[in-house]
Each structure stands twice: as structure tokens, then as C-alpha cells.
Write a protein that binds this ligand. Sequence first.
Ligand code: SF4
Length: 349
Amino acid sequence: MSADPSQVALLRVQDLHVEFKSRRGNAMVLNGVDFEIRGGETLCVVGESGCGKSMTALALLRLIPSPPGRISHGRVLFQGEDLVAATEARMREVRGNRISMIFQEPMTSLNPVFTVGDQIGESLRLHAGLDAGAARKRSIEMLQQVGIPAPERRVDEYPHQLSGGMRQRVMIAMALACRPDILIADEPTTALDVTVQAQIFDLLRELQRDKGTAILFITHDMGAVAEMADRVMVMYAGRVIEQGTTAQVLSQPGHPYTRGLIDCLPELGSSLGAEAGERDDLAEIDGVVPSIWELGSGCAFRERCPHAMPRCATEVPPMFALDVASSPGAPHGAACWLHAEALEEATTP
Ligand code: SF4
């Protein structure tokens, strides 16, 4: 956790909308997503499957399958340049070079017919202009950096010859080979056991400390959030419903959905205060995430929310700033009408 809040945003996402066309019509899978990432920080994006986390990552790199998908509105400003408007040639320069991504399951992302050395070296040849010998030398160094033993031998091996943990390390080596400004890690440890997961977390933190890389860490696991994040962004049904520092979001969640996610993790919930600590059963959020075809108007969480009120069915709640004083650049905010009620009560004489 090495963020320097004084740094300006490396990436600023503004009002991003992604829609998919189908025979049923157009579905909005991202609906006005706003956030920023600063140099050297880890922003965790959290939410259940289908909330838009991975779609956000793919949209940043313009990797949404098109058709049927498309970015219908918004901007992705990377160091001031709008990637939504960039040419495909420019995006090839950005991907794997300035912004890299590691995926959930390395076996589906690594090419089984090329050695790991060939695959790490490819981006070095393409983006850094290294010849084959220099790329191989650098690939061995990268394998060493990510903690793979005997890298001179492993560099000539194929993905199937490596364990799951080693393949994920190879993916990280590939993603970091060109020293990207931003690393997007999409559930990078889901397929790994807890010991290897802890090693991968340590490795990411160490590499971030050494290289100053910003990390966009996508997860559904609040435990991983507590361990990795400087700031947290919670998504639900294609919208950002809460943002703030890790301490703000985990200790004073402003959205009932975030509260539910935290309460689903007993160790974390019980360590956050008496309210959660009173329970000794395993909580769960009732209901399921609504289909993108059934969102209708209002707050998408209303069918599962114990606090829902009439306006929740008709008006989408805006993001309410909760704690501007303690983090003026990126205040803690939650998109929930409960905060409008609280504001109204506070201002009523
Ligand atoms: Fe619950 Fe209403 Fe807040 Fe949505 S806006 S989370 S339904 S109280």
C-alpha cells in the first residue's frame, strides 16, 4: 500500500457507458462509471459476478468484443489522452506496454505451443525493440524477479510443464516486462490455493514498491481487498455504488450492499466493530444480482435492500459525498438514498 495522494491521476474514467446489442434489444452493462487511479496505488474493484468489474477492465483497454458490445459514451483519460478516441494502432502501443493485464486463469491466456520465454520476450521485442538474445536475457531476469526457481531452464519450458502458481507468476512477468504504468489484475489468484495466493499478493506489493506501478485489482473477495487495497470501488449492476479509502469503506461502509459484502466475511466483519461482532453466524445477502434486462428504473439493489423506500423504485441514487474533509481529492461516497434522508434530517430546523 504505497499510494501517494499528492500524485495526479494516471487514469481518469469519466461517465463510461458500455452497451451490448442482442435480439432482446440494447443492454447497458456499464452505466456511467467514474473513477481514477493515481501512480503507485492499488485500487480494488469489488462486487459479485456480473457487476461490471471485468467489463470495466476490458473497456479501459478497448478489448470489449465488438459487435455486440461497444463503448457508447464516456472517456478513459490515460495521462490526459482519451483512449476511447485513440486509433487501434495507438491502442496496440498502450496494451501490454503502458497498461498490462493479468487474467484469472493463466492456462487460457498463455499460448500452449510457445515457451514461456517466447511469450515474455514477445512484448519486449514488440514494444521495447529488443533483439531475440536481449529479449531472452530479460525474460530470464523477469522469471527470476517473480520468484521462479531455475529461470535459465524454465525459460525454455511450455506452460503445461509449470504448476498453476508458476503459470500465474509467468503471467505477472509478462505483464510487467515492459514496466507498465498500470497493471490490471483480474481475479489473479482465484484459481490458486491460499498459500500461493499469499505469495502472489506479496509479489505484487513488492513489484509495485520497486517499480511504482499502479494496480487496478479486481476481486469479489473482501479479504483480498483488506490486504491489497489503498482505495476501494464497489460495483453493482454496472454502476459504481461506493468509493473511498480502504479504511473508510471497510470500517464505515456507506451503502447497504457494501455492508452486506463485509458481513459475508465473518473474520473481517467481526473485526470491524461491535455491530458486526454481535453476530456469530455467517451472514449472506438475500437474493441475486438482477439481470441487466430487469433493471428498470431506480436503485438496482432495491429488491435485496432491507432499507428500501418508495423513491428507491423510481429514482437512481446519485453518489453522495460522505467524508470530504478527510480525503478532499477523492472523497468517500455512496450512491444510496439513505444519505439524502440523513442530509434532509440534518438540515431540517
Ligand atoms: Fe437500499 Fe434505497 Fe439505498 Fe438502494 S437507494 S441501497 S434500495 S436504501
